[in-house]
Ligand binder design. Structure first.
Ligand SMILES: [Zn+2]
Length: 233
């Protein structure tokens, strides 16, 4: 096996490690991310506040209505109880009752509107609570799957890292340093295949003498254009 072939295989292994690492990162992020649940819990909390406030408003309104109705009753009994005698007093009593009755009607209408509003708010809250139960269940299931995926990926990475250690131990340290340097400079793509006389890393056609050096030499040659280590398979 030529040195470059070894490096090429190392790169394939590194790519696999990178892929597994990316997957592992994504799985870990998904495990940690419970933003959807947080969002629905916040929503429910807000809805609970709304319902509480509407309940309070409704009881205040009920008391207010009660007070007006009591006033109407009191006015009624005063007016028809025989204590009011003069027509002027009677007249003012009637108009007072009239006003109080209108106020009672208004308060009743408001109370009715509040009840409708409260009912809707409670329905919304119930829907969100159902949604939370559903999401909680789903999250539980997906956490199991994600946990399994994480275990598999960790095992996979452990194996790959071991393989890498073995490969590296057989490689020429100097070539390895060069490989790592190019790998870093070229975003992980350090060894490029040469196909039909062309570097597959940068698509540049290699000069004839470079091709000859590549065919004969066992030392790694780097592309003049992209600096990748050239691999003639
Ligand atoms: Zn190149």
């Amino acid at each position: 096996m030529t040195t470059v072939h070894r490096l090429y295989e190392l790169q394939e292994l590194d790519w696999e490690i990178d892929r597994s690492q990316t997957q592992l990162t994504s799985v870990k992020e998904q495990i940690e991310d419970d933003s959807e649940l947080v969002r629905i819990r916040d929503e429910i909390e807000e809805q609970q506040n709304t319902v509480r406030q509407l309940h309070q408003k409704q009881s205040t309104q009920t008391l207010e209505l009660q007070a007006i109705e009591d006033r109407v009753k009191a006015l009624d009994s005063r007016l028809y109880g025989g204590s009011v005698k003069s027509p002027r007093e009677m007249e003012s009593g009637f108009s007072e009752i009239q006003i109080a009755k209108e106020q009672a009607q208004q308060a009743e209408d408001q109370l009715l509107a509040m009840m409708v509003e409260l009912e809707e708010a409670e329905k919304r809250m119930a829907r969100s609570s159902e949604e939370l139960v559903r999401m909680d269940e789903e999250r539980g299931k997906s956490l199991v799957t994600l946990g399994e995926e994480r275990t598999t990926l960790l095992k996979q990475l452990e194996g790959l890292t071991k393989d890498r250690g073995e490969k590296v131990s057989h490689a020429d340290p100097e070539h390895l340093v060069r490989y790592e340097k190019v790998r870093q400079a070229r975003q992980g793509y350090a060894v490029a295949r040469v196909e039909r006389g062309m570097c597959q890393g940068c698509r540049l056609t290699l000069p004839t003498h470079e091709m000859q050096r590549l065919r004969s030499g066992s030392e790694p040659i780097q592309c003049n254009s992209c600096a990748r280590i050239l691999y003639l398979s």
